[in-house]
Design a protein around this ligand. Structure first.
Ligand code: HEC
Ligand code: HEC
Length: 372
């Protein structure tokens, strides 16, 4: 009954035109409404209605996280308007991740991930992913009560106005379509628990870096504990790192990997733009350099200045198309297009420094060549 009225409520409030995924859920709901025979679904096809029921906590009152879960922090985190994040993974006992494809680890059925977002010390939402028996990932978000004691499932459309941010803006809890726009845009649906993100050789220059929880869950730790199998030997022997000319460049490419590479990569639906910001563990050379530096902007966005003809113009961050997009939060121009309301000033400064240094080193190379 609760299911039917919730569905009716959703129908009344009107689904957006945006999503096939939402349409599929709607079609499933109709089955419930009309009493037509339901298609058998795995037991957990619908997310639990409270965060507590996902099994994150050992104790619902103290909110003590189950000590069997592993806390982790990717080295190049996603910027979400300054939210503080905590993340955990739970693998079913006796199982291991298959790392034979370093770009797309295969997680056992029953794997669960949580990511908690806080602003100013207040928990706002916790996101949840669970690998179901049919191999699909279940997506859910839980919004915290004002007193921070419990978190309830958010509708698949997400929730605006979840927490006030600067400049009259507010944090939006993404709808499931938006989760998938980021998580299903590349080789792996899991974005922060992978080969580069968990490299044992972490980038000291990474921006927005978080303290790694103890014990440090990285490639070596996972392999030693038998939780990650099949990782190619070369990556076990030499921890992956971005090949860059300078520390600034390494951090800049790392930022682009963590904040942009899930949409801009060789395998996803945006591959035709040929902007490859995702680092690949086994290739030599950085696709993020080859597809940005001195490369023409394909399609100038509204609001981009007319002199921004290159994605990255060495020596000229201010007229580099890529930087103009990162420096904007006007919907038609901004990058990333989702998940952020405020300009990431630290990222803008890092990209400026990188592109200025790149210009200086090219000039230096010319001067050296002429001097010869
Ligand atoms: C703007 C893109 C974006 C959107 C929208 C987004 N995510 Fe993520 N998510 C990421 C990235 C990138 C990471 C890894 C980096 C990090 O955690 O800082 C991540 C990490 C996670 C993790 C930890 C496991 C992992 O993949 O590393 C969970 C759980 C998660 N997201 C769930 C969700 C859910 C559920 C939604 C929708 C309610 C959602 N995300 C929306 C980009 C996004
Ligand atoms: C949720 C997916 C998504 C994420 C994340 C994302 N982008 Fe994009 N990006 C797009 C789409 C879609 C387009 C094409 C539409 C447009 O031009 O706005 C695009 C276009 C671009 C272009 C224009 C390319 C050209 O030559 O015309 C640039 C540059 C760009 N993105 C940079 C970035 C950067 C830098 C980040 C990270 C800070 C980022 N994007 C994150 C989806 C994404």
């Amino acid at each position: 009954m609760a299911q039917v009225s919730a569905t009716a409520q959703r129908l009344k409030s009107g689904w957006s035109h945006r999503s096939a995924a939402v349409g599929a859920i709607l079609a499933m709901s109709f089955v419930v409404l009309t009493g037509a025979p339901a298609i058998p679904q795995p037991a957990t096809a619908n997310p639990p209605s409270t965060l507590q029921e996902t099994g994150l906590y050992a104790d619902p009152v103290t909110l003590q996280v189950d000590s069997a879960h592993l806390a982790f922090a990717p080295q190049y985190p996603l910027w979400s308007d300054g939210a503080t994040k905590r993340r955990w993974i739970s693998l079913p006992p006796g199982t291991a991740i298959d790392g034979s494809d370093p770009e797309a680890w295969i997680f056992p059925v029953g794997t669960r991930f949580w990511k908690e977002f806080s602003f100013n010390g207040e928990k706002v939402e916790t996101r949840y992913l669970e690998r179901r028996a049919d191999g699909q990932w279940l997506y859910a978000a839980y919004a915290w009560s004002d007193d921070g004691r419990e978190a309830q499932l958010v509708s698949v459309r997400g929730r605006r106005g979840a927490y006030p941010l600067a400049g009259g803006r507010s944090h939006t809890i993404p709808g499931v379509t938006d989760c998938k726009a980021c998580h299903q845009g590349g080789p792996s649906e899991i974005l922060g628990f992978g080969t580069l993100q968990l490299s044992s050789e972490r980038d000291a220059g990474a921006i927005h870096a978080e303290l790694q929880p103890e014990p440090h869950v990285d490639l070596a730790h996972l392999v030693d504990r038998g939780l990650l199998v099949g990782l190619p030997k070369a990556l076990r022997d030499a921890p992956p790192r971005i090949a860059a000319a300078t520390a600034t460049e390494r951090a800049a490419l790392g930022y682009l990997h963590g904040n942009c590479g899930h949409c801009h990569n060789e395998r996803g639906s945006l591959q035709n733009i040929a902007l490859f910001l995702r680092h690949r563990a086994e290739t030599t050379g950085e696709p993020a350099l080859a597809s940005t530096v001195a490369q023409p902007v394909r399609k100038p966005a509204p609001g981009q200045s007319p002199d921004a003809v290159l994605r990255v113009e060495p020596g000229h961050p201010e007229r580099s198309g890529l930087v103009q997009r990162v420096s904007s939060r006007s919907p038609a121009l901004q990058m990333p297009p989702l998940g952020t309301e405020l300009i990431d000033d630290e990222a803008v400064r890092l990209l400026y420094r990188w592109i200025e240094e790149k210009g200086a080193s090219i000039q230096q190379a010319h001067a050296n060549a002429e001097g010869r």
